[in-house]
Design a protein around this ligand. Structure first.
Ligand code: ZN
Ligand code: ZN
Length: 666
């Protein structure tokens, strides 16, 4: 009892005392017995509010008023703040009503708290006309504006709250107008104002006006502010001026996790993956703890660079920082592992995401991964599971499942999904979906059907859609249709190098040498050149790049030696070079030598000599793997007893034990 008494006395002397919840209730019982003073009442009300017990607060407020004591104006801001924090909408509205009855709504601090509350809350549910979202945000801004306009005195906080509220609801012009109006009341925008309006210029890619704000910030000494700094970095990055982002970043005297995160995201969004990862490494070196969102930027960067080792390290950090439960991060990891060639790990991470946490993004990532790696049946059964889980597939999910169907030759399923996409999910099929169905029909040998399908697809077919059919014509040795198709391709895409190459190979295969030669001459006359082929391999933490015939690598002698030894063994096993795709006018020996040093072979040989036995070799190539390399790599994988994974511009080839996961159709 005496402890309660002492607590009571100390509270009355020092109204900022913090009291635990259970004690608040005990004190309440004591206080009401003692004819409490205004101060004691207010203390109790604030105590309840600070514990989030808003109903108790309000009941106490009513009790106090019933005993004849009026609350003072300091009470409402803290109650409004508490109800905003706990998102207790009905209570907040009834507080507003009480404030009006007592005349406190005109008080600066109470009104500021009201503006803040309305800009964060949905509009009053009693307002009937708020059925759609647009109306909702307008109604919300209306409530904010109503309070703001009736205020007799306004300070920077009042302006900032309304400006930020407008900006967050997409009412950009209103925000900017208010910054100007604010000056008329002799109030100067502060760092908070500036960080609300900078995202507007970012959204509208208006670097000129963004720079004006930057200038204002410098003149008024706000440019050292971490918030402004981060907003400036974001703004310049969204306006694709990454150099300026980097400069703004370096000018910051103190960098927190938010500013690091802004610069990393800015680099990655602008395709500067290496630079983004560089900043991430430095952030760790400077012992700044990364935020979850930082990983959402750097994992896709690894996926783009197909830097698997780096991706694995990031995964390590993620586990260490305890972010591996986050579904966004998990989805990004699934995508990264799949794109970097480790589909097993991708599947493993996906399986660990809890059922109810799996959303369209994570499902799509794993289905696409399986499809790209030729695990077509897995992709299709995952897609079915997704539907059973009532997760709605999107445009990309259908691309993935249709690709899978075409790789596995599932014609009926493919048609079913293609139709279901439009009729059940209302998604209009795009070029990619049509290309997948054309590919599906082509693979199944239904070439004429594929031709009709592409001719009548309702969208103008591109060269690449026709190209899938041309590849099918090659596989099924249909020269007549191939000629029709190649005309279609060259009509929409006269510079399509691939079409020339495949067509001349189709002629060669049909022993129509004269036609094949004519095609090559035609191609040379047009001055068409192949895109320089380039392959990458990651060894240790470094990515090595190889061009065809490239002798610049410091270990070229060793690479060359390895290729020669391999070639000897390959020939013993029955490998015969296929020189059809060599377009140079050189003798057969020279052609064989050109094939021997195609970029992916250099990369694979380097991988073999620089990693331990049994290590999987992963190589990325910028363009399609040629027929001869595809055969050669099958032999190589068997001879060295390793899995060799090659990703070209559209899919993964898993070479193992003398065969490839693509089933020799790509
Ligand atoms: Zn090749
Ligand atoms: Zn293959």
């Amino acid at each position: 009892m005496s402890s309660t008494h002492n607590a009571l006395r100390s509270i009355l002397q020092n109204p900022n005392t913090v009291v635990p919840t259970w004690h608040t209730k005990q004190l309440h019982a004591q206080i009401v017995k003692t004819k409490p003073t205004t101060l004691a009442w207010i203390f109790l009300i604030k105590c309840y509010a600070s514990h989030g017990l808003l109903r108790h607060s309000l009941a106490t407020l009513n009790h106090m008023r019933a005993s004849g004591i009026s609350p003072d104006r300091h009470l409402f801001p803290s109650l409004l703040k508490a109800s905003t924090l706990s998102k207790h909408f009905p209570l907040a509205h009834s507080l507003h009503a009480s404030a009006i009855r007592l005349g406190f709504h005109l008080d600066l601090y109470t009104a500021n708290a009201l503006i803040n509350m309305y800009s964060k809350f949905p509009p009053n549910p009693n307002n009937r006309n708020n059925s759609n979202n647009n109306n909702k945000s307008t109604a919300k801004i209306d409530s904010v504006r109503k309070v703001f306009d009736t205020m007799p005195v306004r300070d920077v906080v009042s302006w900032n709250t309304v400006i930020a509220g407008n900006a967050q609801n997409g009412m950009y012009q209103e925000s900017l107008d208010m910054v100007r109006e604010m000056g008329k009341e002799n109030l100067r925008p502060d760092s908070f104002t500036l960080s609300s309006v900078l995202p507007i210029f970012a959204e509208h890619v208006d670097v000129v006006r963004g720079k004006e704000i930057h200038g204002y910030a410098i003149r008024h000494g706000f440019d050292n502010d971490v918030f402004i700094g981060s907003s400036l970095i974001d703004m310049y990055a969204k306006c694709t001026q990454v150099e300026l982002s980097v400069r703004a970043f370096y000018l910051l005297p103190v960098r927190d996790a938010i500013s690091w995160n802004s610069i990393i995201a800015g680099c990655v969004q602008n395709g500067r993956f290496d630079q983004g990862l560089g900043f991430f490494r430095r952030m760790l070196e400077e012992h700044v703890k990364p935020m979850q969102v930082s990983f959402s930027s750097v994992i896709p960067a690894c996926a783009h660079l197909t830097a698997l080792n780096l991706g694995k390290q990031l995964h390590g950090y993620i586990v260490r920082f305890g972010f591996d439960d986050n579904k966004f991060i998990a989805s990004a990891l699934v995508d990264m592992y799949a794109k970097c060639g480790n589909i097993k790990m991708a599947r493993c991470i996906f399986d660990r995401i809890e059922m109810r946490e799996r959303d369209m993004v994570s499902w799509t990532a794993i289905i696409m991964g399986c499809a790209m790696h030729g695990h077509a049946l897995d992709a299709v059964s995952l897609f079915e599971e997704m539907l059973v889980d009532r997760v709605k597939p999107c445009y990309v999910t259908f691309m993935a499942v249709l690709t899978a169907c075409s790789h596995a030759g599932l014609v009926d399923e493919g048609w079913k999904y293609f139709n279901s996409m439009q009729w059940d999910f209302g998604i209009a099929p795009g070029l990619e979906h049509h290309a997948a169905v054309a590919d599906l029909l082509g693979r199944a040998g239904r070439l004429e059907e594929a031709y009709d399908f592409i001719s009548n697809m309702g969208v103008q077919p591109t060269g690449s859609v026709w190209s899938t059919l041309l590849a099918a014509c090659r596989a099924h040795k249909n020269v007549e249709l191939a000629e029709k198709v190649v005309d279609k391709i060259l009509l929409v895409d006269p510079g399509n190098m691939g079409a020339y190459v495949i067509m001349s190979n189709i002629y060669s295969a049909a022993q129509r040498w004269r036609d094949a030669a004519k095609f090559r001459v035609h191609m040379r006359k047009k001055g068409l050149k192949k895109i320089p082929a380039c392959s990458w391999i990651e060894v240790g933490n470094k990515v090595y790049t190889f061009l065809a015939g490239d002798e610049s690598h410091p270990r070229y002698d060793k690479i060359n030696e390895a290729l020669n030894i391999l070639l000897e063994q390959m020939e013993k096993e029955g490998y015969v070079p296929d020189t059809n795709e060599v377009l140079h006018d050189v003798d057969e020996d020279h052609k064989r030598d050109l094939l021997r040093t195609h970029s992916e072979r250099l990369a694979i040989a380097f991988g073999i000599i620089s990693t331990t036995a049994g290590t999987t070799i992963r190589v990325i190539k910028n363009i399609r793997v040629c027929v001869d390399c595809h055969t050669a790599i099958k032999f190589m994988a068997k001879i060295v007893g390793r899995e060799i994974i090659v990703r070209d511009n559209s899919r993964f080839h898993h070479f193992k034990n003398g065969s490839c996961s693509c089933g020799d159709y790509w």
